[in-house]
Design a protein around this ligand. Structure first.
Ligand SMILES: Nc1nc2c(c(=O)[nH]1)N[C@H]1C(S)=C(S)[C@@H](COP(=O)(O)O)O[C@H]1N2
Ligand SMILES: [Mo]
Length: 417
């Protein structure tokens, strides 16, 4: 049925005028005493005072909106990962307490007074910066997504984890405040032979990665704040490296040193981990860019369809190569596609929100979303990735997922073909 005004009025009349009373599947757990026209129970008495919770936390009724982990993926609570609850978020900002965490040696506890960033190697002047020194440089405020290269890694061999949070939640999107490395490096100067940077963390894991100088000078940042407040300890307090659009592993947290050299340092994280093992036994190295990807966050396994009638499909798209240009959505497993609405702001290397209204009459659906970025790159199916990379991969799975909606409104993660 088309939503022409005449049809709408006709159908409202048929329903006894309340279009929203078509609830068919949801269990209504409301307390009737609190519903109109009654005075609800929270009105007669005064509410809590302002000073009872000086930092502030979400409503107790939102207590299910939390980071979650998968026990079999967690070696220990120090070498661990948890996932952002994408299915419960709106817009594009990931609240600080919900940003997924990945750390290899636990969260370093650093008094910012004792924090220093050292710059050495092929620079004209080796220097050491405190946080206050960093804050004297021109500041930038930028939204960027951070995605772990292993996001979706469990899905290479088939549909494994039945959740939007577990299959896509190793990504967060935050507004960072910090300084451009290109500005900082004007202070130290660079020797002509400087071609690579070794970025080193100060946590127990000794996390180190090599980054080419072009990227460092293009858009990398040293940041001290996220979403308007100091970095959280889990995200690298008091300072971390931001490497826009590139795999999360390179965004060194608790960063202590940048060493400039003339070749890559071939660290553990770039020679054994974070490489892609191909069918011929060779591995791709230095596959830094996180390519275009998207996910339908609702409906999703955690967000079943509760009503027949008009639905607002919601999702997120991102690309490490630049801006998202378009997102198409299919409800029939890829046979037909409709273009979703992208919501401003659409920023480079940032999550973008998309929505698409559709009518649900209780039939089975196979929901997919496909992102395209400004370079013309189109998000692939897993079969396309496997043709080139085989089935040994763990990292860089940016393929299209399929959510099966059953007649009951239940949603499951499935693999087609
Ligand atoms: N020093 C240090 N930096 C690190 C890590 C770490 O264990 N130690 N983990 C890396 C990995 S694998 C990822 S995906 C991101 C995760 O950042 P987040 O915890 O803010 O989500 O940080 C990266 N930076
Ligand atoms: Mo990662």
């Amino acid at each position: 049925m088309k939503f022409s005004r005449r049809n709408l009025i006709k159908s409202l009349a048929a329903l006894g005028s309340v279009g929203f009373s078509t609830k068919v599947l949801a269990q209504d757990k409301s307390n009737p005493n609190n519903l109109p026209p009654n005075l609800p129970e929270w009105t007669p008495d005064l509410g809590a005072g302002v000073d009872e919770n000086p930092y502030g936390s979400p409503s107790e009724f939102e207590s299910n909106v939390i980071r979650r982990n998968v026990p079999w993926l967690t070696a220990s609570s120090q070498s661990s990962v948890n996932f952002t609850p994408l299915q419960d978020l709106e817009g594009i900002v990931t609240p600080n307490g919900l940003c997924f965490e990945r750390h290899h040696g636990g969260v370093a506890e650093i008094n910012p007074t004792d924090y220093r960033l050292m710059v050495n190697g092929l620079v004209n002047r080796e220097m050491i910066f405190s946080i206050e020194d960093l804050k004297r440089f021109p500041q930038v405020n930028k939204f960027y997504f951070l995605e772990c290269a292993a996001n979706g890694g469990m899905e290479w061999k088939g549909a494994q984890l039945n959740g939007c949070q577990y299959t896509f939640g190793m990504v967060h999107n935050v507004q960072y405040t910090g300084v451009k490395l290109s500005d900082l490096l004007r202070e130290t100067g660079l020797k002509p032979k400087a071609k690579w940077v070794l970025a080193e963390g100060s946590d127990t894991s000794g996390m180190t990665r090599s980054i080419p100088i072009e990227k460092i000078l293009d858009d990398c940042l040293i940041v001290w704040a996220m979403n308007g407040e100091a970095l959280r300890p889990e995200q690298g307090y008091p300072a971390r490296l931001v490497v826009p659009g590139w795999e999360g592993n390179m965004w060194i947290k608790w960063i202590r040193r940048l060493e400039f050299g003339d070749k890559p340092y071939m660290t553990r994280e770039e020679t054994s981990k974070y490489t892609d093992l191909l069918t011929d036994g060779k591995a791709r190295m230095f596959t830094w860019v996180m390519e275009a990807k998207s996910v339908v966050t609702s409906p999703s396994p955690e967000k079943p369809i509760l009503y027949k009638g008009t639905q607002q499909l919601r999702g997120l798209a991102w690309s490490g190569k630049g801006k998202i240009k378009r997102v198409d959505v299919s409800l029939d497993g890829g046979k037909n596609w409709r273009t979703a609405q992208l919501h401003a702001p659409i920023m480079t290397k940032s999550l973008v929100r998309f929505t698409l209204p559709f009518e649900w009459r209780g039939e089975e659906l196979l929901i997919q979303s496909r992102a395209m970025d400004e370079t013309g790159y189109v998000q692939p199916y897993i079969q396309d990735l496997q043709k080139i990379r085989g089935k040994n991969s763990i990292y860089h799975n940016n393929s299209i997922a399929t959510w099966l909606v059953s007649k009951s409104g239940k949603v499951d993660n499935v693999r087609l073909g």
